[in-house]
Design a protein around this ligand. Structure first.
Ligand code: ZN
Ligand code: ZN
Length: 392
């Protein structure tokens, strides 16, 4: 007789407040970190103004006005000095304040916000310093505010364990934007045989919103299967496991990913965009939507989405994807819409519950180098285990 399986017992996640890492008003820690971050970003921005061919992104330069952004830089530099002085005055975190002020003073020494803006000679390969600064300022402002106003786990702090690791990945993914685009374009060029001019003309004649919907569906189909392969092909899993090794989800956590995954994911998703050949406005709308959703779904937020949660991938949906609990393993692969998980039977969305645990069932190295080498070491261990099994 077949024994009836007991329903899974969901548990509440318990997040204790880490008092050493928490920000408290009046100590100087908040102003100290603000001074350091603004100082570092200011210095990077000044370097980008000095060497735009090497430190800015050709595709992104068209989207902003470098002269207007110098005003933002000006306020960033003054605020860094202001917060640095405030930290110095509050004493406890003086070193942070001094570091922030020093970085800003170096930025001033290099020309500050008055470096002349001229024509830029485009280089095929450059570092996306501009992309890093704009994405960091925008994401930190929007998503930290969201996480503070509507937190899922109130006790989870901004500088939670391993935030430095994820911040490194955030920087790498943005700085490498031009290398990623070069690789993605090269990869896409292999599909030129499938391009149809008349098909693309028909697509472009459709209203922008329809084109946008078509891109989202086509991109998500590719992303779903690419993601599923990363989970279900044994050789690929150790690469993707790096993304899953994060134990506390927030706006920064989604940045963690092995560079092999980052490059292949971007290259794969470019294929349907290339074949559809939509209008620039529809494509831009998709790029913004995809970038924001990728951060949002990792956020520590209980924000309600109403009926939208039955259409789009939400934080709760993707948090389940990151859970190490049994019913959630290898589920919720979609990046944009819940459609393909629902269609292919991989959806796990107990609407009343959130995961109690995140991460991988087997622990991964905590260092960046360890994570970078993890796929090779996992393969070596697998081969060794198979050999041992054969000998025994
Ligand atoms: Zn995954
Ligand atoms: Zn994720």
């Amino acid at each position: 007789m077949c024994k009836k399986e007991r329903p899974y017992q969901y548990r509440e996640r318990n997040v204790e407040l880490d008092a050493d890492r928490a920000f408290r008003f009046g100590e100087g820690k908040i102003s100290g970190y603000l001074s350091v971050f603004l100082g570092a970003l200011s210095l990077l921005a000044v370097l980008a103004y000095l060497f735009p061919s090497y430190l800015t992104t050709t595709e992104l330069r068209k989207a902003y006005d470098a002269e207007s952004l110098q005003q933002v830089l000006k306020y960033g530099m003054y605020f860094s000095l202001f917060f640095g002085a405030m930290t110095h005055f509050l004493k406890k975190y003086r070193r942070l304040g001094c570091t922030g002020m020093l970085l800003t003073l170096i930025a001033f020494g290099l020309g500050g916000y008055t470096v002349p803006v001229g024509p830029v000679e485009p280089k095929s390969l450059s570092l996306g310093v501009d992309w890093l600064i704009l994405a960091f300022l925008g994401s930190a402002l929007v998503f930290i505010t969201l996480e503070k106003l509507l937190p899922k786990y109130k006790n989870q702090v901004i500088l939670r364990e391993e935030w430095e690791t994820d911040f490194f990945y955030f920087c790498f993914n943005h700085l490498a934007i031009s290398a990623i685009l070069i690789y993605a374009n090269y990869h896409t060029s292999h599909f030129s045989w499938a391009v149809s001019g008349s098909f693309q003309e028909t697509i472009q004649s459709l209203p922008t919103i329809v084109q946008f919907a078509m891109i989202v569906i086509a991109a998500d189909f590719v992303l779903y299967w690419e993601h599923r392969l990363f989970h279900e092909v044994k050789l690929l899993w150790p690469i993707h496991a790096v993304h899953h090794s994060v134990k506390n989800l927030d706006w920064l956590a989604g940045s963690r990913g092995h560079f092999l995954q980052v490059f292949s994911e971007r290259a794969m998703v470019m294929v349907p965009l290339y074949l559809l050949g939509p209008s620039e406005s529809a494509l831009n709308a998709y790029v913004i939507f995809a970038a924001l959703q990728a951060v949002l779904i990792h956020c520590n937020t209980r924000m309600h989405f109403g009926v939208l949660k039955y259409i789009f991938v939400t934080p709760q949906f993707h948090h389940w994807h990151h859970s190490s609990e049994k019913p959630a393993i290898d589920t919720n692969y979609s990046a944009h819409l819940v459609l393909f998980d629902w269609l292919f039977g991989t959806m796990h969305m107990p609407t009343q519950h959130w995961p109690a645990e995140y991460g991988t069932t087997k622990p991964l190295p905590k260092t960046i180098i360890g994570q970078l080498l993890y796929p090779i070491n996992a393969l070596k261990n697998r081969t060794k285990n198979e050999e041992d099994e054969r000998v025994n």
